[in-house]
Design a protein around this ligand. Structure first.
Ligand SMILES: NC(=O)c1ccc[n+]([C@@H]2O[C@H](COP(=O)([O-])OP(=O)(O)OC[C@H]3O[C@@H](n4cnc5c(N)ncnc54)[C@H](O)[C@@H]3O)[C@@H](O)[C@H]2O)c1
Length: 255
């Protein structure tokens, strides 16, 4: 019943973490895959392993903060596969720095990749999908863009911005069969989190998560795949929490 055969998906940030797990699920569902990332080495070996399993796949070195790279990515995708049905835009970077310390350079870097990159990538995909009358776009927000957290001035702003932009695009493209949603993960155990979360941060997170654990990239990938299906046609404009109950929780937690 659930298949992505004859669908082509671009996955930005597909070389690692949540993007990588999502590539695996989409490939399993039969999609053609384009991995767009700055990490060529990991991306290259992923493509090799997909080819061995019979998936049509392509790596395209793309810095999502560069308009020219995005244009070349769309060109390469259409040349290789002839269409673009799915965008999973997950490339992003983290920063933990207090508001008083956040430098203009760091602000520009985080906003440039996470927010401006999302604007350019989602717009470029929309320009293909809207005239075609079909598309599934899944952007990457974060719980840090929904709830306040110390050290998240630039990162939280970038992810809150992604959610706001996603809602606008979902409205503008609704009549064209293009759904636009975002994922808002809480703490997910990936390379990015291993770098960003020290023991104190981990303890603070766990105290607020009803499920008492971090999530896995595979748990995020399952939600991403669901939003990529043709059957998810009546879901748009949603910023979906994938957070073990964190967003729903209040002050009191048992045990
Ligand atoms: N891990 C979490 O807890 C968590 C929570 C909420 C949101 N997120 C978001 O999920 C996304 C994926 O995070 P992850 O934890 O899998 O991280 P990750 O570091 O494992 O993967 C990120 C990928 O993006 C790529 N990338 C970075 N900058 C890029 C650029 N300018 N252009 C192209 N590719 C670039 C990296 O090379 C890497 O392959 C990010 O947008 C992150 O902000 C993660």
């Amino acid at each position: 019943m659930f298949s992505l055969k004859e669908h082509t998906a671009i996955v930005t940030g597909g070389s690692s973490g949540i993007g990588l797990a999502t590539v695996e699920v989409l490939a399993e569902l039969g999609a053609n895959i384009v991995v767009a990332d700055i990490n060529e080495e990991a991306g290259g070996s992923l493509i090799e392993s997909l080819h061995k399993r019979g998936t049509k796949a392509l790596f395209h070195r793309t810095n999502v903060a560069e308009q020219g790279d995005i244009a070349a990515l769309i060109d390469a995708t259409l040349t290789e596969f002839g269409s673009l049905e799915i965008l999973m835009h997950f490339a992003g970077i983290g920063l933990e720095q207090d508001a008083l310390e956040t430098s203009r350079d760091n602000w520009d870097r985080i906003i440039g990749i996470n927010l401006t990159g999302s604007y350019m990538m989602m717009q470029a995909a929309g320009r293909v999908m809207v005239p075609n009358g079909y598309g599934r776009i899944v952007a990457m927000s974060s719980m840090a863009g929904v709830r306040g957290g110390t050290g998240r001035t630039a990162y939280g702003a970038s992810k809150g911005g992604v959610a706001a932009m996603m809602r606008v695009m979902s409205m503008e493209w609704a009549e064209h069969g293009v759904t636009v949603n975002a994922l808002a993960p809480g703490a997910i155990e990936t390379a990015l989190v291993k770098k960003m979360h020290d023991e104190e941060t981990r303890r603070a997170y766990l105290a607020g998560i009803p499920m008492d654990r971090y999530g896995t990239p595979e748990e995020v990938a399952a939600a991403a795949a669901y939003l990529a299906l043709p059957q998810s046609s009546y879901i748009t404009g949603v910023n979906l929490p994938i957070d073990g109950g964190f967003d729903a929780s209040g002050v009191i937690k048992r045990g």
